[in-house]
Design a protein around this ligand. Structure first.
Ligand code: NAD
Length: 338
């Protein structure tokens, strides 16, 4: 925070629709007079000694500001540099990915009472990137689970449950099959749970959670779910589908000192550059960011205007929500509703 009461936040606009949805955020923040000064950085990767590396200015900016808002970054499939999302999470040790998913009043979906909170381990598991060919036609991919990474994300889940007053942590796993790796995750969860006698802990197999979540999401209203990396990736998209899709769901990548807030969705190459993208997910991610910075009134102001706009009718909603509005029309309606 500077002498004028402004906070500087690093902005990574991202690829594809990232530019369009970031513009919407900037326009709305400036109209709402939110005390944020954006510091835009370029994260185009460079390869140093065969490792994907972030530009130093970007690293310095995030380390200085401690908080960043990020649009989606495209990852080439099967070749080229490593995922920049992974590089960012590793560089800043963003060990917990918090993904809330709440029904939007005024946008009807088969269930009206979805209110899930999912915490995904963000640094290892199936994303350890250790893969090799043993002989042609046989590849091996290593899922890495460690006690320290499991412990810190599980402890984060219990702390988060305490902070948001949810009495129950559900540990989602597949230890019936991945006996050692998920077995360790479950073992650590049992240990950490003992430190939180006021919070109930239970254990669920991933397939069972998918069934229960789609059969009756209201069962998860008082729950914080925590799980290894890939399960969280998949289950959070499933939760997004329940409330109307990827255009709506925010997330926070939390570390000990730095946090990066981003939409759950990707760069949407199919609609990029056409003015069709829904900026809601990035806007709601920015609201998570404002609350993390204790700027709760500013977060409420933005969130209420966004929700009011979505509820105001199909002419003000983007195509993913069966509406006809462009990104910029949606943003100007949000500004009117501030
Ligand atoms: P995607 O999320 O980009 O798109 C999936 C579908 O959802 C598409 O039909 C898209 O048009 C739609 N969609 C997504 N966001 C939307 C929005 N805001 N408004 C309206 N419609 C929206 O997933 P994908 O196509 O599998 O991935 C595209 C690229 O994004 C890949 O390179 C992938 O690696 C990357 N990606 C990045 C992140 C990230 O930066 N955190 C996350 C996921 C995927």
């Amino acid at each position: 925070k500077n002498a004028q009461g402004q906070y500087t936040v690093t902005l990574i606009e991202g690829d594809g629709i990232g530019v369009e949805i970031s513009q919407a955020v900037k326009d709305i923040y400036s109209a709402a007079k939110i005390p944020i000064t954006w510091e835009p950085v370029d994260v185009t990767p460079t390869l140093i000694n065969g490792r994907t590396t972030l530009p130093q200015e970007a690293v310095d900016s995030v380390n200085k500001n401690k908080v960043a808002l990020k649009g989606p970054l495209a990852t080439p499939v099967g070749k080229g540099h490593q995922s920049m999302n992974l590089t960012l999470r590793r560089t800043f040790n963003l060990f917990a990915n918090v993904r809330p998913c709440k029904s939007i009043v005024g946008y009807a979906t088969p269930y009206e009472d979805v209110d899930t909170v999912l915490i995904r381990e963000n640094t290892e598991g199936e994303y350890s990137g250790i893969e090799h060919t043993i002989v042609p036609g046989v590849v091996q991919s290593i899922k890495l689970i460690t006690r320290p990474a499991s412990e810190r994300v599980i402890r984060y889940a219990f702390e988060h449950a305490k902070n948001i007053n949810r009495p129950h942590v559900v540990v989602v796993h597949k230890a019936s099959i991945q006996k050692l790796s998920d077995g360790l995750f479950v073992e650590v969860a049992n240990e950490v749970a003992k430190e939180y006698p006021g919070i109930k802990v239970s254990f669920e197999l991933l397939d069972n959670t998918c069934l229960k979540l789609t059969a009756d999401p209201a069962d998860y209203k008082d729950v914080v779910m925590v799980m290894p990396n890939l399960y969280g990736d998949i289950l959070s998209d499933l939760s997004s589908g329940l409330i109307g899709g990827l255009g709506l769901t925010p997330s926070g990548n939390m570390g000990d000192t730095v946090s990066i807030f981003e939409a759950v969705h990707g760069s949407a190459p199919d609609i990029a550059g056409k003015g069709l993208a829904n900026p809601t997910a990035l806007l709601l991610s920015s609201c998570m960011m404002l609350r993390h910075m204790h700027l709760n009134a500013d977060a409420d102001k933005i969130e209420n205007a966004v929700l009011k706009t979505i509820a105001s009718g199909a002419e003000n909603r983007t195509g993913d929500l069966h509406g006809s509005a462009s990104t910029s029309h949606f943003a100007s309606e949000v500004i009117k509703n501030l």
